[in-house]
Design a protein around this ligand. Structure first.
Ligand SMILES: [Zn+2]
Length: 208
């Protein structure tokens, strides 16, 4: 634990955004009682996630996304990093899924980027900002599966070199998978060796 953070926590106690309890000096972002309700990473097909979008995980995802609580990303990224290490995946870099600039401006930051930064730090690999949105896409929540695929078709361009790299594509909440799949195509087309999708939670119907 960073001694500066311990000192800071002692001076300025912060609360757990899930249950409002004060965090102890050794707790970051989420209290240990709430964190124990969040499952460890599970591999489902080619998707690594921490569980379905409900309960403690939903509250954590919302605190990160809408409450702008960046510290919440720390323990969630640590769980993902432990899962990746446990699976023995050899990966070269983490690529955050970019939100469109107009939405990033509204929110002030890209939560996928925040998680990606902590995940990359945990795995001791770099974050690669290899994807760029080429155009605005509609909010996916009200669209059906084929509309979602149409909506994101060709929505990403690859910037920089990804040739021969094994990548983790970080999406904060995985819904239909249409967006992450489209981004994966773009990276593979640009020469990436392998792309695995990593997310905090999977959901079937989330307003994004
Ligand atoms: Zn709590």
């Amino acid at each position: 634990m960073n001694p500066l953070r311990v000192a800071l926590n002692a001076l300025l106690p912060t609360r757990c955004p899930l249950c409002s309890a004060y965090l102890s000096a050794s707790e970051i972002g989420i209290c240990s009682a709430c964190l124990s309700q969040i499952p460890d990473a599970t591999l489902e097909g080619d998707l690594l996630h921490l569980g379905n979008y409900h309960g403690a995980l939903e509250r954590a995802a919302r605190a990160l996304k809408f409450g702008k609580n960046r510290e919440v990303a720390v323990p969630l990224a640590a769980k993902l990093a432990a899962g990746i290490t446990g699976l023995g995946w050899l990966v070269d870099a983490v690529v955050p899924l970019p939100v469109h600039a107009s939405r990033a401006r509204v929110r002030g930051y890209n939560q996928s980027e925040v998680i990606a930064t902590h995940l990359a730090r945990g795995l001791k690999i770099p974050v690669l900002h290899a994807l760029k949105r080429t155009r605005a896409t509609y909010t996916q929540a009200r669209l059906d599966r084929s509309e979602r695929e149409q909506n994101v078709k060709g929505a990403f361009a690859v910037t920089g070199s990804v040739a021969g790299l094994s990548l983790l594509l970080l999406d904060d909440v995985y819904t239909s998978g249409a967006t992450a799949t489209e981004a994966t195509y773009a990276l593979i087309e640009a020469g990436a060796k392998r792309v695995r999708i990593v997310t905090i939670s999977r959901a079937t119907n989330v307003r994004q």
